[in-house]
Design a protein around this ligand. Structure first.
Ligand code: MN3
Length: 201
């Protein structure tokens, strides 16, 4: 079955003032839809048609050569954005608790050091891309990715990603990517991130 854009789990304006309603509408309804449409078109008639998007993006090398770039970009876009909407919630932010908090402190020194690392990675990503908290099989790491590449294609498990494409922030923050990332932290659903961590740690 072809992919579709999942409904937002909250209203468009629910992440105000951190992420504005106009950005959420165009980002979810237009950008994500475009990735879905192009991923569906690229996968139609291949053996991967109907497979879970995580499985497809984790196995790009198995796709027909002439489909790999389109699926990397648009299948990646579908997976990344599906995760992104679920990683935020109204009244989010603060800090994680429990095993995830312990792992963040052990790996990065403190939650603030972790935040600084994510921000530095996102701000330092030249052009469009993402900054991620991942589990690499032995522990946590922060990595960047260009375009719509998802860490799952490199054998990593993504736990949380921040979209640093201009379409994610330009309407409200213009060029100020660091200010956007700082604001975005106020939306993070740490329960969701902890759930992803528990599944791999
Ligand atoms: Mn985006």
């Amino acid at each position: 079955m072809a992919y579709s854009v999942p409904d937002l789990p909250y209203p468009y304006d629910a992440l105000e003032p951190h992420i504005d309603e106009a950005t959420m509408k165009v980002h979810h309804d237009k950008h994500h839809q475009a990735y879905v449409d192009k991923a569906n078109a690229a996968l139609e008639g291949t053996d991967f048609d109907g497979k879970p998007i995580e499985e497809v993006v984790a196995n790009l090398d198995s796709l027909p050569a002439d489909k790999q770039t389109a699926v990397r970009n648009n299948g990646g876009g579908h997976l990344n954005h599906s995760m992104f909407w679920e990683s935020m919630k109204p009244g989010g932010g603060g800090e994680p608790t429990g095993p995830l908090a312990d792992a963040i402190n052990a790996t990065f020194g403190s939650f603030d050091d972790f935040k600084a690392k994510v921000s530095e990675t996102g701000v330092g990503q030249f052009g469009s891309g993402w900054a991620w908290l991942v589990h690499d099989g032995s522990g946590l790491a922060v990595v960047g990715s260009p375009n719509q590449d998802n860490p799952i294609s490199s054998g990593l498990t993504p736990l949380l990603g921040v979209d640093v494409w201009e379409h994610a922030y330009y309407l409200k923050y213009q060029q100020a990517r660091p200010v956007y990332i700082e604001a975005w932290f106020n939306t993070v659903d740490w329960d969701k991130v902890s759930e992803r961590y528990s599944a791999v740690a």
